[in-house]
Design a protein around this ligand. Structure first.
Ligand code: NDP
Length: 434
């Protein structure tokens, strides 16, 4: 906090993890004494750079680019790129820090990193997006390669942006290194089921939590925030599992459809036409649209899947969800619940799947994409989906095991943090101070 007093999101992420590691330090003081903690909060490297580009009117614009290479104890840095006006060092560091533990939890050989820019893709033409993205990669390419750092997408960075980044990387570096980015298109090295992986994975994780209590998605009402990559595929899998998704949102407002959200309409509006979710009601006039994002948590539901952005569920929204009878929360987004909101869920014994565990399916399949690229072959959708399900099951079981072993049964925040931490900490200690 002394070094970076203004980085409140980063401090929030560190506090959540360190608080839950206390039982580890009590049982095994060597993790305190080894200097691992002092090292793990300091990124191995932070790269900040100028991203100049020219808009459609011929005006020069400048944004700031970031890549935080946080921890490479168990593999090359791995984590997405976010384009959103709210991006700053604190946001990228919190995301990079969380990524270390999430990636460890997947059991795959991937370290933690994150990147992005304060560029706002909203309202930009395709040409502007391409020029910006190429400029971003012109600097980033000096710092990444398939064995060093492998970025992917995140908010504002989907298949189109990954494609432009890959093209620019190839052009500058003069060689075809398929494994330098993940989330690629299927025609040039992408993995089947990567698009679906985070949303599906979140639902697979919640399914495991429910199953342990003799419950399932069948017949449950579900509220999912966002209508981006994670949300859309969380809605799809929850519906396939027999649930009824009754609400979803974007950064302007939310739609409540008591008959069940029509996913085809959402996909058309958001994936094809790039429109606002407000337009949903034009095709489904019985549905209701409300301005503002947080109001979505006032809708009574059995299962809530926050899949939009950080801190979208505050303490009041959490209390309301509990009062309205929610039984399970699955965090598809990164850090969508504030620390106070998490306390409300845990104190009320709501089944709570924390982001690090519940949304790890995306990066897990990214790691499978890297494996396929290295082997120069591709697995079928069914093969990747089966591996994803197995990985989510393992993450759930390892988190439960750690939560029991360290005296916090049913607390998956503690369980996931401890399970993720131990693998990285052991690797750091074995590799010495470097
Ligand atoms: P997208 O850009 O595809 O979608 C984001 C969605 O959230 C959009 O509906 C967007 O609305 C909404 N949103 C964005 N910012 C805000 C905000 N400040 N307030 C309210 N709504 C907002 O991103 P993803 O689906 O990829 O990512 C969503 C979350 O999941 C992020 O936290 C990300 O870090 C996390 N995540 C993503 C993974 C992936 O594989 N993509 C992997 C693991 C985690 P609008 O359309 O109006 O912008």
């Amino acid at each position: 906090k002394k070094r970076d007093p203004h980085e409140k999101e980063f401090h929030q992420a560190v506090k959540e993890i360190f608080d839950s590691l206390v039982p580890v330090f009590v049982k095994h003081p060597r993790y305190m004494e080894s200097g691992v903690l002092e090292q793990i909060v300091e990124p191995e490297r932070i790269i900040t750079f100028r991203v100049p580009w020219v808009d459609d009117q011929g005006k020069v614009k400048v944004n700031r680019g970031y890549r935080v290479q946080f921890n490479s104890a168990i593999g090359p840095y791995k984590g997405g790129i976010r384009f959103h006006p709210s991006v700053n060092a604190s946001i990228i560091k919190f995301l990079g820090f969380e990524q270390i533990f999430k990636n460890s939890l997947t059991g795959q050989p991937i370290g933690g990193g994150k990147g992005g820019s304060d560029f706002d893709p909203k309202g930009k033409s395709n040409g502007e997006i391409m020029r910006f993205t190429q400029s971003f990669m012109t600097e980033l390419c000096k710092h990444i390669d398939p064995d060093t750092d492998v970025p992917a997408g995140d908010i504002g960075v989907g298949a189109r942006e990954i494609g432009y980044m890959f093209g620019q990387y190839k052009r500058i570096m003069g060689s075809y290194r398929a494994g330098v980015l993940t989330g690629k298109g299927l025609s040039y090295g992408g993995s089947l089921a990567r698009t679906e992986a985070t949303g599906y994975g979140t639902v697979y994780f919640v399914q495991e939590m429910l199953k342990d209590k003799g419950l399932s998605f069948e017949g449950k009402t579900v509220v999912v925030s966002g209508t981006g990559n994670v949300s859309i595929y969380a809605m799809e899998k929850a519906t396939q599992f027999g649930a009824k998704v009754i609400a979803c949102s974007d950064s302007n407002g939310f739609v409540y459809d008591r008959n069940g959200i029509n996913l085809q309409t959402v996909k058309k509006l958001k994936e094809v036409e790039n429109k606002r979710i407000a337009e949903y009601v034009n095709e489904h006039p019985h549905a209701e649209y409300y301005e503002g994002c947080t109001g979505i948590w006032t809708i009574p539901c059995d299962i809530a899947l926050p899949c939009a952005t950080q801190n979208e569920i505050d303490v009041n929204s959490a209390k309301l969800l509990v009062a309205n009878g929610v039984i399970a929360i699955g965090e598809g987004a990164n850090m969508p619940s504030t620390l106070e909101a998490i306390d409300v869920f845990l104190n009320n014994r709501i089944l709570f799947g924390p982001a690090k565990a519940a949304n790890a399916g995306g990066v897990a399949v990214s790691s499978l994409e890297m494996a396929q690229n290295s082997m120069r072959l591709s697995w079928t959708f069914e093969e990747v989906d089966a591996k994803l399900q197995q990985i989510m099951r393992n993450i759930y079981q390892n988190s439960v095991k750690a939560s029991n072993e360290y005296g916090h049964p049913d607390n998956l925040v503690v369980g996931a943090n401890i399970a993720g931490f131990l693998r990285v900490a052991d690797a750091m200690i074995e590799q010495g101070i470097v």
